[in-house]
Each structure stands twice: as structure tokens, then as C-alpha cells.
Design a protein. Sequence first.
Length: 295
Amino acid sequence: MTRTTHFTIPELLPLVSWGYFFHAWSLGTSFASIAQVHDCPACTAGWIRSFSGEQQKQARTALGLWHDAQEQLRRWAAEGRTASCRVMIERAWSEDEDIVLPDLNARLPLLRSQQMAAGEPSLCLADFVAPRQSGIDDRIGLFASTTEPDMEQCFADDPYRHLLAQTLADRLAEAAAELAHMKVRREWWGYAADERLTIPQMLAAQYQGIRPAVGYPSLPDQSLNFLLSELLDFPSLGIRLTENGAMMPHASTSGLMLAHPQARYFSVGPIGEDQLRDYARRRGMEPDALRRFLV
């Protein structure tokens, strides 16, 4: 199953992670609480007073940034702007550190963590997909999301508003992936059809399964974007890749959706030379050529 959905700004707003937005502006994630405050002078003044000392000055900065962000989002909503997500749900099984997609004649080589805490297993994302010999009819999801290319290019002659557009577009692309993931869990794949999580619970990833993106600590090889582009047809979504596998527009993300109840995020960590050689063999690349894609 492959589904491409274009989400409107009002659909995406509830799933925007304002903590990451303020973090991108080098402000504390605690200022994301402004999203829960009524927008009247008394309420916002009370919100500022809830911080102490130097943080009150930062809170005033965050409040001004918040108001400018809401103005830009209203403008985009009036223009009918969207963020898009394409999801592919396919039969899959694992073979050691690879995930095999038999119906697509495709294979996703992955990396295993090498430095875990005492008593912790060395994990690979393939561990959360049933091996072929298990007889389990397993699935995985592949996804890519992005905004309209010119959204992050707004106000090129105004550095502040240009950066504001970039950081907002980035959050909207992530919100599109979050909303699509919710629909995957509850409807399109339906492995958690009875899920009843609040928005804060979803943003805290309290759902079943995980959604690791390329560049995450558990998926650190940016060259995987070339494989995902072949499968998901990035160009038809308006996404192009640089020679290093970076996505353009920058307000784009891609990765996997895994449903296993015990799936969790982890860090691959440092990659030894022997592991690099084995991984390069499975990727069909030279180790030195592959090294530059590892983030």
C-alpha cells in the first residue's frame, strides 16, 4: 500500500512540536508552554511571570517569536499551503542486520549498536522485524514528508523572517510525518486501531512502535535516502537529494515505521572498521565512499 496525503496547516497545527521550534532558536523547550496559554494580555503577562530571573527576558523574546510564528502560519493557511507525506506499507522480514522487502525486490542494510550499557543488548532496527523463518507475516512502513519548496525560501531579503519560515516549515514537515504515523497505526496499517492517545502523549512517542528517521542515532547512514528515494519516488514529492544524501527542501524527513511492541530508539554509536567493512559490503559500496554518509 502506498498513500500520499497533503495535510493543511490547520490539520498540522495540533501536532507541531513547539519545544523543538524554540530549541532551534536557542531558547528553552519549556517556552513551548505558551501554546497552552490564552492569547490575552493578562494571560501572557502571567505566563511571563511564571518564569524567574533571566528567564523572564527570554520568555518575552519567546512570546514575540510565538506571535510572529502564528502570523506566518495564518498567512500560509490563508494561501492554502500544505505539507505532504508519502507512506508505503510493505511485507517485510529480517535477515541478520538487513530488512528485506520481498514484493519490491529490495533490501535495507542497517547497523547494529556496538557500545551498550552493561546488560543491554546490542540493537539493530532489523531486530524489530520478524525473521523469515518465524512464519510471521510482518510489515514495515517507509515514509517521506516535506513542505512546498518555496515555503522555507520566503523573505530571502529579511534574515529574521527567512529563518522563521525555515524553522516553521521544518516543524510542519515533522508534523506531517507525525500525523501520517498516527493514521498508519490507527487506520492504514491498523496495528494499533484502538489507540486513544492525547496529542501530548503522541508528541512524547507513547504509542506502540517507533518512527526512526534517516539521521537519527539508530539510522545514521544518510545514503539510505537514495534507497528510499527509489522506493518512494522522492522527486514526485518535490524532494531532491544532494550528493551527500541530504534532502532538499531542508524541511523534509524520511525513514521507517516499525510496529513491534518492544521497538525502541537507541544509538548505533561509534562504528568500528570491521563493522564498516561489513556494512559497506551489504550496501554495495566502498568503505571510504560510505564513511562520508555516516552522521
